[in-house]
Write a protein that binds this ligand. Structure first.
Ligand code: ZN
Length: 253
């Protein structure tokens, strides 16, 4: 019912701000802009490209005014709310990363020692295995070679971990994360957005007859979100391997 009137500024309507955002929920093709004049009025609407070109899709077209009223609540505060909840989550994640790094920093000497101990241990085992290799039958040789391979793999992982215990690098990483939190807090506190501004964050609006589904992409405004998650996953992985694999070594110390 809100789809009958389109404001009369005909020339402004040529701005195709919804271009590439509208997706047909039936065939997956994009929606394309059209207009028709009736009783001296110009109606702007979008229609499924597949339907227009081939007539093989039955999804309905949608009036521009309907799209505008669908976006309106996001302009008036809904996007601001979504952004704020994203920020809160992000800051929480980063804070967690920082505490892991600080923990790592506190344990640099201890963990380095544990890693070195295990590396020395592996080297000794590999030496013994190589001795045995010379005097073994073919079948046993295969088994021993496999074991040596596994140990060498473990050793190279441990060496990588050892390199990650770099105080300067860890401190730099912590500083960078603190700075990110600062920047996120500082970033826009904008409450009201224009439709154009909203659409910058919109990945797609899927149309399924009368139903509209909006999807956002926040990577553009909250750069580093993916990076933060990667860093954290990486850290968690490292700490997990440290606790599982080197626990016995640490216990012995
Ligand atoms: Zn379609």
């Amino acid at each position: 019912m809100d789809s009958r009137s389109v404001n009369g500024r005909g020339k402004n309507n040529s701005k195709n701000i919804f271009s590439k955002k509208l997706v047909c929920g039936h065939c997956g093709k994009g929606y394309i802009k059209s207009s028709l004049s009736k009783n001296g009025r110009r109606y702007v609407f979008y229609a499924c490209g597949q339907r227009r070109r081939l007539g093989t899709c039955q999804n309905k077209s949608i009036m521009l005014s309907r799209l505008e009223s669908f976006i309106k609540p996001y302009c008036d505060g809904k996007l601001h709310e979504i952004l704020n909840s994203k920020k809160t989550d992000l800051i929480k994640w980063i804070g967690y990363s920082i505490s892991l790094l600080e923990d790592k920093l506190n344990r640099v000497d201890y963990n380095k020692q544990a890693l070195r101990t295990r590396i020395t241990e592996i080297e000794a085992i590999v030496d013994t295995l190589i001795q045995q290799l010379i005097e073994s039958s073919e079948q046993v040789k295969k088994a021993i070679s496999r074991k040596i391979e596994q140990l060498e793999d473990e050793r190279s992982k441990l060496e990588t971990d050892l390199h990650s215990y770099d105080v300067v690098k860890i401190k730099a990483e912590i500083n960078k994360l603190n700075e990110t939190i600062h920047n996120i807090n500082k970033s826009s506190t904008q409450k009201v957005f224009s439709i154009e501004e909203i659409l910058l964050f919109v990945e797609s609006i899927t149309i399924d007859n009368e139903d509209l589904k909006i999807e956002f992409n926040f990577d553009k405004i909250l750069p580093g979100q993916a990076t933060v998650k990667d860093t954290l996953t990486d850290l968690l992985d490292k700490f997990k391997s440290a606790s599982d694999e080197y626990k016995s070594v640490l216990d012995q110390m």
